[in-house]
Design a protein around this ligand. Structure first.
Ligand code: GLA
Length: 362
């Protein structure tokens, strides 16, 4: 059977960090780095998948169960499993995966793989499933097959991304509302730079789940279903760790709305200020930053960025900085020098821009 190709992007979250599992707003973009799957249906109910990033191909049955496939192929097996669990008839598949989304950089290479497989299966099996529902199935795969208790932001960004736009996603409802927001800083001479700190970023190892539990405890103490529903005055009823976590959630929620307003007004200095304030909150109140991310953010700002922040789950991974195009070289050089001075592994800086979500490729 002839093979066809589908691809899905990684993502960068502009602002609204650690809000997608507590009913808050988030503002990601899909980025111009993609994972591609070449796929064809098979008649024997087996899934055969190989990746240019791994020497060993992996094979499993479409009736795979959580725990059976581990490692990188679990994102593929989990997506097949979640689609079948939702009642869809998934055929056997031949899949070949390639990608330029960096691994372990906090840019959602896993969501890109899940979403590329999900759109391939949707088309090959002729399924009538909308993009948001498909993204939620990919999240289900990651939560209950891979075992990472993430929210739906990464999969929604990868599935629904739109070139030239960020996505304002309201995660309060079980079926999240996704609204494109024009994100055209380029027209005003600015660049969004990713600084991949190369610091270890391993999500299933506890820090993320611990934050989720602490925020859940804060919501419980306030008698709320979701912590994003808390107000500034509610914070007085909390103490210690739960108070710090809730302080981030309340202040970050306000920053997302302020950022959408500032973007509409093309007030990029304000957007930069909000990025930097978000980073401070993630560092001091939510406590998910790390020395590499702090060095990247502080150095980028000192070298001319309008603002900078960690993006994604934290504990390593990448930062983003919004900066004038003519400051790119200076910021890149300053960040490299600072990492060298601190004895840190050399980072990688590259510009990125908002791209389209998952789709069939020509
Ligand atoms: C990871 C998760 C997302 C989100 C971010 C933090 O990327 O996969 O669901 O929670 O962290 O904003």
């Amino acid at each position: 059977m002839t093979k066809q190709r589908w691809s899905a992007p990684g993502r960068v979250n502009l602002i609204g960090e650690h809000l997608d599992y507590q009913g808050g707003p988030v503002l990601p973009i899909a980025i111009d780095r993609r994972t591609t799957v070449e796929a064809a249906a098979r008649e024997d109910g087996r899934v055969h998948v190989r990746s240019e990033r791994s020497e060993q191909p992996v094979e499993f049955d479409v009736e795979t169960r959580p725990g059976e496939v581990t490692g990188w192929a679990a994102y593929v097996a989990g997506t097949v499993w979640a689609m079948r669990a939702a009642g869809h008839d998934v055929p056997g598949l031949d899949l070949a995966v390639s990608s330029d989304v960096p691994l372990g950089a906090g840019l959602s290479s896993s969501a890109a793989l899940e979403c590329a497989v999900a759109v391939a299966v949707r088309d090959l099996a002729g399924l009538d499933v909308d993009d948001v529902t498909l993204a939620l199935l990919a999240q289900h795969a990651e939560n209950d097959y891979v075992g990472m208790p993430c929210g739906a932001m990464d999969q929604l960004a990868s599935m629904c991304g739109r070139a030239g736009h960020a996505l304002l996603i309201d995660t309060a409802a079980a079926y999240p509302a996704v609204s494109p927001v024009a994100a055209d800083w380029t027209a005003d001479g600015l660049v969004l730079m990713v600084i991949d700190t190369k610091a270890e970023h391993e999500l299933t190892d506890g820090g993320y789940a611990e934050r989720r539990a602490e925020s859940g405890e804060a919501a419980r103490q306030l008698d709320l279903d979701q912590l994003a529903g808390a107000t500034a005055t509610d914070l007085d009823r909390l103490e210690g760790v739960t108070r710090r976590r809730a302080t981030h959630v309340v202040s970050e929620t306000a920053r997302v709305h302020a950022c959408v307003e500032a973007m509409a007004a093309r007030d990029w200095s304000r957007v930069g200020e909000l990025f930097t304030a978000s980073h401070g909150s993630l560092r001091d109140d939510y406590e998910v930053s790390c020395p590499e991310l702090d060095v990247a953010v502080d150095t980028a700002i000192a070298a001319g960025a309008l603002g900078a922040r960690m993006t994604g789950a934290g504990f390593g991974g990448s930062a983003i900085a919004l900066l004038p195009a003519d400051a790119v070289d200076a910021v890149d050089a300053a960040v490299h020098q600072a990492f060298e001075r601190e004895g840190l592994t050399a980072p990688e800086c590259f510009p990125t821009s908002p791209a389209d979500g998952a789709h069939a490729d020509p």
